[in-house]
Design a protein around this ligand. Structure first.
Ligand SMILES: O=C(COP(=O)(O)O)[C@@H](O)[C@H](O)[C@H](O)COP(=O)(O)O
Length: 282
């Protein structure tokens, strides 16, 4: 059993990562996690079928979404060479603010498998008063998924009152590094986390994960596409394994050139300015 499920995990992880060990993954959980207003900049992308068609056409390596979005846009993914990651925890911003530090389970590993997932994902807010509940939730998802040969991705986000008190912000490299390390120690197969502000500090986060791939969590859309390309370039230079990007893709009217430029930076180590020029972004 052990040998079988290990092979399953490795094969399924490769559906996201190219031979260079890097991946560009499109994130579309915002309608739930931030609310549909995130799509107002480019309203047609509220329809997952439309944006998923575009990101696949541009050559994205993988997509990440909640179970219902995978159900709605499922046809777009059939027969396509793209990894599917289903996220099984979330929270809305409608709940009382004191509970924003918790993500709850909204689906099950079996649901993700039925939808054709290649990996499942769950968030842990390291430093939250609900940290223990999210650890338990992650452990249950991981134990079940690993038994069946499915990789598990942790969105390892430091977030909580003591972090702000002690370090000033959740992006301080010491706490991002701590979260990534905790995710690796829990048995995550891939880690998604925040930018720490510099290549040197992000490299320490990568070191702390000790071989578990660390991907950037994109963040808010930058006005200038070049700024975001530069950020992803820094991640790659720091030893990061790529990026999981939502708003910098779906909030752009024409996301395909941006995706192609991101792929150039991620997989060809292309200079961000050259990549932007090549795709007509400058
Ligand atoms: O993790 C998320 C939210 O994080 P957040 O609480 O906004 O820090 C997701 O909704 C997104 O998948 C993630 O932020 C990646 O999308 P972008 O940040 O690139 O839009």
């Amino acid at each position: 059993m052990e040998a079988y499920n290990n092979i399953g995990i490795r094969r399924r992880l490769r559906r996201f990562f190219r031979r260079d060990g890097r991946a560009l993954i499109f994130a579309m959980d915002h309608g739930f996690e931030h609310g549909p207003t995130d799509f107002e900049e480019n309203w047609e992308h509220i329809n997952p079928k439309i944006i998923i068609r575009k990101v696949i056409r541009a050559g994205i390596d993988g997509v990440m979404m909640l179970p219902g979005i995978a159900r709605i846009s499922g046809e777009e993914l059939v027969g396509k060479d793209v990894g599917l990651m289903i996220k099984l925890t979330s929270k809305t911003e409608l709940r009382p603010k004191e509970e924003w530090l918790m993500q709850d389970q909204l689906g099950f590993v079996e649901d993700a498998i039925k939808l054709g997932a290649d990996a499942v994902a769950a968030t842990v807010y390291w430093g939250s008063p609900y940290e223990g509940a999210m650890m338990r939730q992650f452990a249950e998802i991981a134990s079940y998924a690993h038994d069946l040969g499915y990789p598990v991705v942790q969105f390892a986000y430091p977030r909580g009152p003591y972090i702000n008190e002690k370090y000033g912000k959740k992006e301080d490299y010491r706490v991002v590094m701590y979260g990534a390390r905790a995710a690796a120690e829990m048995g995550a197969d891939m880690i998604k986390t925040y930018w720490t502000g510099s290549r040197e500090t992000f490299a320490k986060v990568v070191d702390a994960a000790s071989g578990v791939p660390v991907l950037l969590s994109g963040g808010a859309k930058t006005d200038n596409p070049l700024d975001f390309l530069k950020l992803v370039w820094e991640v790659i230079e720091a030893g990061g394994s790529g990026a999981v990007v939502g708003r910098n893709i779906f909030q752009r009217e024409n996301p395909e050139p941006m995706i192609r430029a991101l792929l150039r930076v991620t997989h060809r180590n292309e200079d961000p300015e050259e990549a932007a020029k090549a795709e007509g972004l400058l």
